[in-house]
Design a protein around this ligand. Structure first.
Ligand SMILES: [Zn+2]
Ligand SMILES: [Zn+2]
Length: 268
């Protein structure tokens, strides 16, 4: 062993050492596909890439990113053309300043998000956390954000589930920012100023009108001094009809927020 290590020095040697270290690490802690849990041989995969987390079979289902062309307001993605305001936003200018996402809610993304949210496959946050931070920097890096609010869960739901998936996405934001920039961020992650006061049943399957009605007045601003005149970034896992974020934004703006933006892991 010693000979192998001393034999390879310099740049190639460094890479060799890293690969060797990873090889031994995998013998002890084998990597599994975060979706189907098949064992992965990832020595050749760059750490942090999707190939390091998912098997080729799951990857073949597609892991589409959120990318142009999209509506600059609501983030609705178009198949072709340039970015432009969509018909829905033209008809009725939304309260939310802009919606941005990391992934498109299709293919493998549709399989793994429910695993994360409902089955507590928290190992997925290793994959999600750096991705959502990267999108945060890309879309909101220069946006004068004051507070980042993960969409809160009702206390009863939080007890049932044991964790708030939206909070898990942003819990490391301040630390990651510090590690990259060497200074503390001007924004802060805020988990107390907005509360969920109405327990709503799982919403999948309801139509938009029913969802809106169920969500009405389901949020409450508990600290209006923290919200007034601030630029708020709401963070959620999935954006389908957008009813949840729209209702949270309504309450925040009513409490005097200056602007409300939304960043989600996956946009339908
Ligand atoms: Zn797999
Ligand atoms: Zn739109």
């Amino acid at each position: 062993m010693h000979q192998i290590f001393t034999h390879h020095r310099g740049k190639t040697g460094g890479r060799f050492l890293k690969k060797t270290a990873r090889f031994f690490q995998e013998l002890v802690f084998p990597c599994q596909c975060l979706n189907c849990r098949v064992l992965l041989y990832t020595v050749n995969a760059e750490p942090g890439t999707s190939q390091a987390y998912f098997c080729p079979s799951c990857m073949s289902r597609g892991l589409p990113r959120f990318e142009p062309p999209f509506c600059p307001r609501c983030g609705h993605m178009f198949d072709t053309g340039e970015n432009h305001i969509c018909e829905t936003c033209l008809k009725h200018l939304p309260r939310i300043h802009k919606v941005r996402a990391v992934l498109s809610y299709q293919g493998l993304v549709r399989d793994i998000l429910p695993l994360f949210k409902y089955q507590a496959r928290l190992s997925l946050s290793r994959f999600f956390e750096p991705l959502i931070f990267e999108s945060f920097q890309q879309f909101f890096g220069n946006a004068d954000i004051d507070r980042i609010l993960p969409i809160p869960l009702h206390a009863r739901k939080l007890r049932q589930r044991g964790f708030n998936q939206s909070f898990l996405l942003v819990r490391g934001f301040a630390q990651t920012y510090y590690e990259i920039h060497g200074v503390r961020p001007v924004w802060q992650v805020d988990t107390t100023s907005l509360k969920r006061i109405r327990y709503t049943d799982p919403q999948t399957g309801f139509d938009v009108a029913v969802r809106r009605k169920n969500l009405k007045n389901s949020f409450q601003v508990t600290d209006s001094a923290a919200i007034r005149n601030r630029n708020i970034l709401l963070v959620d896992d999935v954006y389908t009809t957008g009813a949840t974020c729209a209702e949270a934004a309504r309450m925040l703006l009513a409490a005097g927020a200056n602007r409300v933006d939304v960043l989600v892991l996956a946009r339908a």
